[in-house]
Design a protein around this ligand. Structure first.
Ligand code: SF4
Length: 284
């Protein structure tokens, strides 16, 4: 059902929600006004901005660096999952220099998980195949995102006493992200999720992909956009993510530009499916 629910439909429903909640007296902000409102309300000494190398997070980093006063420490965090495209790593490092050269009080940091993706790869393909065959797909069950993405960043925030994190999450991107922003709304501040230990602020929560790209094109500093978009990728994510292979996502550009990675992914998928059929046949 949700695959039929395209980005336009999501945005219409997000707009309705923003209007409804706005009419009820909730605060509904986005873009730099949201960044300034977060500062006005919470007065943080330091914040983190998650930077994945994608356009949404690039727009978010620029909005936060522009919207907050120089006195606020700004930690731009790239979470290297160890399953990254080499171009993405090069691009992120280049952008780190760009952020530090153009803005004040910026610290760019690459965080890494304790274990490598290679330590999880066979298990995550196996779990993916099992869920795909038996139903009940849940990405959290892979645990890979938690161990490779969330945990290293969370540890960094904790060690550095960071309570506010800006992310480039857009509700139009997926049903999970949409639900998260709706949940944020129910807590009274659109685009800002006030959690127990941390506040998650999302300046582009109700923006479309096109709005984000237009914002970057018109930006006076002319920031470089990730070259992976020119290769046909719509999202900058993990190179060998099982979700790509089990749900046929972003495979044409992968096959064209990274044929060796594509072949490895297909082999892992076949191997995992074969293992499950073998287990099932033993049971019979
Ligand atoms: S995006 Fe895919 S490969 Fe990357 S951490 Fe999450 S589940 Fe694992």
């Amino acid at each position: 059902m949700f695959s039929l629910w395209n980005e336009r439909a999501r945005l219409v429903s997000i707009r309705n929600l923003s209007e409804r909640y706005g009419a009820r007296g909730y605060k509904v902000y986005s873009g730099i006004p949201l960044v300034r409102e977060v500062y006005r309300v919470f007065k943080p000494e330091r914040v983190a901005i998650a930077f994945s190398g994608g356009a949404d997070s690039l727009a978010t980093v620029l909005m936060v660096l522009e919207g907050l006063p120089d006195s606020v420490e700004k930690h731009v965090i790239f979470n290297n999952t160890t399953n990254e495209f080499p171009e993405n790593i090069r691009y992120v490092r280049e952008m780190f220099d760009f952020f530090e050269e153009n803005f004040e009080n910026v610290k760019c940091v690459e965080v890494k998980p304790r274990k490598h993706f290679a330590d999880y790869v066979r298990r995550v393909y196996y779990v993916s195949a099992k869920m795909k065959i038996n139903g009940g797909w849940k990405k959290q069950k892979l645990r890979c995102c938690f161990n490779l993405k969330e945990k290293p960043s969370e540890e960094y925030y904790k060690e550095n006493n960071i309570k506010i994190v800006f992310t480039g999450l857009r509700a139009g991107e997926s049903i999970f992200r949409y639900r998260f922003t709706v949940f944020a709304l129910t807590r009274g501040f659109a685009g800002v999720y006030i959690g127990k230990n941390k506040i998650n602020a999302m300046p582009v929560w109700n923006w479309s992909r096109e709005q984000v790209h237009k914002y970057l094109e018109k930006h006076p500093l002319k920031p470089k956009v990730n070259p992976l978009y020119e290769k046909g990728f719509r999202q900058i994510g993990c190179m060998l993510c099982p979700v790509k292979f089990f749900f046929d996502k972003e495979l044409p550009p992968l096959r064209e530009h990274y044929p060796h990675v594509y072949k490895v992914g297909l082999r892992l998928k076949r191997e995992a499916i074969g293992k499950i059929f073998l287990e099932e046949s033993v049971k019979l």
